[in-house]
Each structure stands twice: as C-alpha cells, then as structure tokens.
Design a protein around this ligand. Structure first.
Ligand SMILES: [Zn+2]
Ligand SMILES: [Zn+2]
Length: 255
C-alpha cells in the first residue's frame, strides 16, 4: 500500500511539473491581454475625446497638429504612466490638403509596455487611425460672429455680390444680378422646380450640396464647375460686404 501511494504522489508531482508552468504561462498571457486591452481602450478613448475637441475648434482656428500632438501626448502619458511609450501622430491632414473637404484624418502610433513578472514580452506597437469632420459652422466663407454681435438685435439687410468677380454690391433686382446664376443648396424643391443640367450632369448632386440656378431665366440647376456658371451671385449682409471691400453698384445704388 505504501509503495502504491508514493507512486501515485510521484505521478502527481510529475504531472504538476509539466502542466504547472503551462498553466502559469496561460494565466500570465491572459492577464497580459486584459491589461493590454485596458491600456489600448484608455488610449483610444483619449484619442477620440481629444479629436472631438479638435473638431469643435476647427471653426475658430487653423488647426495646429503640433499642439494637438503635444496635448494628446501629455494626456496619454499622464493617464497611462509607463504603460505606453513612443506616442506619435502621423499623417495629419486637414481640410483641402488631402482633397477631402472638411475632413481631419490622422494616425496614432504607440507602444504598449505592460510589465509582467516574466520578461519575454517586448513592447507591442499599436496603430489607430481616425477620420472625422472638422466642425466649421458653415461651408461658405462667412466671418465668425462675436458674442456682442450675436446679442445685438439687428435687422438683416442683404445685398448681392459676385464672390468671384467684381467688388460692387447690388440690390436683388439689379440688371447685373437678375440674369446670373445664384448659389444655393440642393433641395428636393429645387429638384422639383428645375431640371438637371445635361452638360455638368447635376442630376447626381446630393441634397445639401452647392448648386447654381438662374433666378430669372433658367429652368436648370448646375454644378459650380459647369461652363454655364463662370461667375455666380450670392447674398450677404451689407455690413459684411462693406467689410470685405465691396462698394455700392453705380447702377442700382447697391441695395
Ligand atoms: Zn447693381
Ligand atoms: Zn450645368
């Protein structure tokens, strides 16, 4: 009986000697993955959070990738201590620089170093990419309105200008304005009242995009690139027109 018992104990010891290290490695690997995912999630959350703040500032600032990068870096190092290293922002594009209107895109690269009792894990590189729209208020080149201006009750006084030609402002019925294409947004009502242009294939324009219609004479809507739209008119507050250097039209008095 005694020998049998010791044999069994011996077998158990051998079994433990084989499986315990595997078990420990398994547990450590699992612990490592959990820690790794926690770090990765915290970093991604901060990345998105800072990006959202950046997006909301796009209207006020010409975005500075350096500022953004240093802000994000200090936040990430603060939140993650030594668990990450080599934080780097790459491929920062804003607005027209990559041909995607109003979009901000960037890559975030960093290494995760989760410390474990055993040291055969080396820093693991992680890369995240974001693309989002910079909030610019409106897509036309209006000035930002100050708080004082916003509080002022002011009657709207619109005049008409050619943003791409001339420095006069006009009243709506001025002979110079009447036959020119007007800049407006594509809506279903425009789709109903006007036909699509066959030259510029404006039928494919999405609602909300900029289109051009001839107020008095036309029955067709166009893209800005259409040859029939070489200069267009748009309405603007008279004060903005003055500030931008427009002076009254000599024919109509400027509106
Ligand atoms: Zn005029
Ligand atoms: Zn056209």
């Amino acid at each position: 009986m005694l020998t049998h018992k010791s044999t069994k104990r011996g077998f158990l010891t051998v079994e433990a000697a084989i499986f315990l290290p595997i078990f420990i490695v398994g547990v450590l690997t699992f612990a490592y993955l959990i820690k790794f995912m926690a770090v990765q999630e915290r970093v991604f959350h901060a990345f998105v959070d800072e990006a959202r703040a950046l997006s909301s500032e796009a209207v006020f600032t010409k975005l500075k990738p350096l500022n953004f990068e240093s802000n994000l870096k200090s936040r990430l190092y603060l939140e993650n201590d030594t668990h990450i290293s080599n934080v780097d922002i790459d491929h920062f594009y804003y607005l027209f620089s990559n041909g995607t209107y109003g979009m901000i895109s960037m890559d975030l690269n960093y290494d995760v170093n989760v410390k474990l009792p055993i040291s055969f894990y080396s820093p693991l590189p992680v890369s995240e990419s974001l693309m989002f729209r910079g909030f610019v208020g409106k897509t036309m080149d209006g000035e930002n309105m100050g708080f004082d201006e916003m509080e002022k009750e002011k009657e709207s006084h619109l005049v008409w200008i050619f943003p791409t030609a001339g420095k006069r402002h006009h009243e709506k019925n001025c002979i110079y304005i009447a036959n020119e294409p007007m800049e407006t947004s594509m809506t279903s009502s425009i789709r109903r009242s006007y036909d699509a242009c066959k030259i510029c294939e404006s039928k494919r324009i999405a609602n909300g995009s900029t289109v051009y219609v001839f107020i008095k004479s036309g029955k067709v809507y166009h893209r800005g690139s259409c040859p029939t739209v070489d200069k267009y008119v748009t309405s603007i507050e008279i004060e903005d027109a003055r500030r931008k250097g427009y002076s009254p039209c000599l024919k109509c008095g400027g509106g």
